[in-house]
Ligand binder design. Structure first.
Ligand code: BG6
Length: 476
């Protein structure tokens, strides 16, 4: 009973939030480099404000992030000390193909990740690699309008083929697009798609066409991965978090159900290999014309993913009643506030039981193994003079969520492959660009404006998580 032998405990980061070194060793500019801290960030993230280059008067935290590019050895050594079985990280497309369309890849970028994977191997840590964590070369954004254009698929395939070939034998677990459903909510951050000059109807059309291109590219990536090495395991990655009906009024139930389906649309295609009927109906009813090319349907059908991965931070609430106005922030988009749940300092609703609920829901829907690749508490840590943080609130958050995963395994019989908590080392927040929104077991001395020594130090939760892993989830 409890967590199975071989359960992949670990932590997760993403290139643009961790590496920095945005212009080092030939790296090209990426959409995610251009998200400033401050009040304009949301508009840029949501594709409403155009920011295709660095502008004066803004601070861009991804430029240097926590300098993981130069400090990964120290960091992986700490992950090894924690006992990580896996480390989820992403490859920056622009380190491999700086513009996205070069005939040959950038050797320095390829070598960098090879070194990272070898460093993991040294400690027996299995890499879990996201091919695109919100990451699109700006050159392709400017030239083609990013994923709205079909051209992207070929460039992405080439990128996938290059890394899958190079890292054969070093990496077995792959995720294609991080939180693919974010393209509907945060199109510029999620997929480099700027929609600020479009009407709402045009923007919807562009977003679904771009989503189709990503779904086709996802199927291609699965195909290439399986061809190159049948041992490869490829997952989709969904921003999870169910909508609960605000009340048992059937109207609230329906609103919540329909809202969830917008997100499940992506994993439905990736796991089942075809567009769900409800989405085809929506396109028909709303006059959305998604262009399929010959062969798309077959490609999608024949190349479904091996497992379902998702992030889970919170549940959401749906209501049909416009009078219920109290809302709260959440992972990228906000939600009606749930009166039964406490919230984090950033207003995200804390709901451990929701972890079990979403595990059940996803397994019932797909019957594929599940992998929780993001979960955690973004909090304002206050370190002592040695950089030590008494983060009992984080320990409590995680213990409560991990217990629910254990119940889902023990009581519901759900196959769960692993758990990588988000931001195992403090990194730049994707939503706000802040450094003070911290998730890690490892504190990093850096502030919102990039000041600090970047020194790493262990928080209280470091020793706690180490014991969790050592005991395979018995001691929480
Ligand atoms: C997910 C992303 O949306 O949530 C991560 O995949 C992100 O990139 C994480 O960092 C937490 O969100 P935030 O806004 O607190 O950084």
């Amino acid at each position: 009973m409890g967590f199975p032998k071989g359960f992949l405990w670990g932590g997760a980061t993403a290139a643009n939030q961790y590496e920095g070194a945005y212009n080092v060793d030939g790296r090209g500019l990426s959409n995610v480099d251009l998200l400033p801290v401050g009040e304009d960030r949301r508009a840029v993230v949501f594709g409403e404000k155009k920011m295709f280059d660095f502008e004066d008067g803004y601070f861009y935290p991804a430029q240097n992030a926590i300098d993981g590019y130069h400090r990964y050895k120290e960091d992986i050594a700490l992950f090894a000390e924690l006992g990580f079985k896996t480390y989820r990280m992403s490859i920056a497309w622009t380190r491999i193909f700086p513009n996205g369309d070069e005939p040959e890849p950038n050797e320095k970028g390829l070598q960098y990740y090879e070194d990272v994977f070898n460093e993991c191997k040294k400690y027996g840590i299995e890499p879990l690699v996201t091919i695109s964590h919100f990451d699109t070369p700006m050159y392709l954004v400017e030239k083609y309008g990013s994923w709205r254009s079909r051209e992207m698929i070929g460039y992405f395939e080439k990128y996938c083929r290059t890394i899958l070939t190079r890292y054969k034998g070093l990496v077995k677990y792959w995720l294609v697009f991080n939180e693919i459903n974010m393209i509907l909510h945060a199109p510029f951050m999620g997929a480099g798609v700027y929609v600020g000059d479009l009407t709402e109807k045009e923007a919807t059309q562009v977003k679904y066409q771009a989503a189709h291109h990503e779904l086709v590219a996802n199927a291609s990536a699965v195909k290439i991965a399986h061809e190159i090495d049948p041992e490869n395991q490829v997952g989709c990655m969904l921003a999870g978090g169910k909508h609960y009906p605000y009340s048992c009024n059937p109207k609230d139930v329906l609103v919540s159900q329909l809202r969830d389906r917008e997100d499940y649309f992506f994993s439905d295609v990736q796991a089942r290999g075809e567009y769900p009927t409800f989405m085809l109906k929506k396109f028909e009813n709303e006059g959305i014309n998604v262009i399929f090319e010959e062969g798309d349907k077959e490609l999608l059908k024949e190349n479904t993913i091996d497992f379902i991965s998702f992030s889970y931070y919170m549940s959401r609430v749906g209501t049909a009643d416009p009078e219920i106005a109290e809302r709260t922030t959440g992972n990228v988009f906000d939600s009606v506030k749930n009166p039964y749940l406490p919230s984090s300092e950033w207003g995200w609703q804390i709901d451990p039981l929701g972890m079990r609920i979403i595990l059940i829901e996803l397994y019932d829907r797909y019957q594929k193994p599940l992998f929780i690749v993001e979960n955690g508490l973004g909090a304002m840590d206050i370190p002592d003079e040695n950089g030590y943080v008494e983060d009992d609130y984080r320990i409590e958050y995680m213990a409560d969520h991990i217990k629910e995963i254990r119940d889902a395994i023990d009581l519901d019989g759900i196959p769960v492959l692993g758990y990588t908590m988000w931001g195992c080392i403090d990194i730049v927040s994707a939503g706000t660009g802040e450094m003070k929104k911290r998730y890690g077991f490892i504190y990093v001395d850096r502030d919102n404006l990039g000041n600090g020594t970047l020194k790493r130090s262990k928080k209280k939760s470091f020793d706690w998580y180490k014991k969790v892993i050592e005991s395979n989830g018995e001691i929480l």
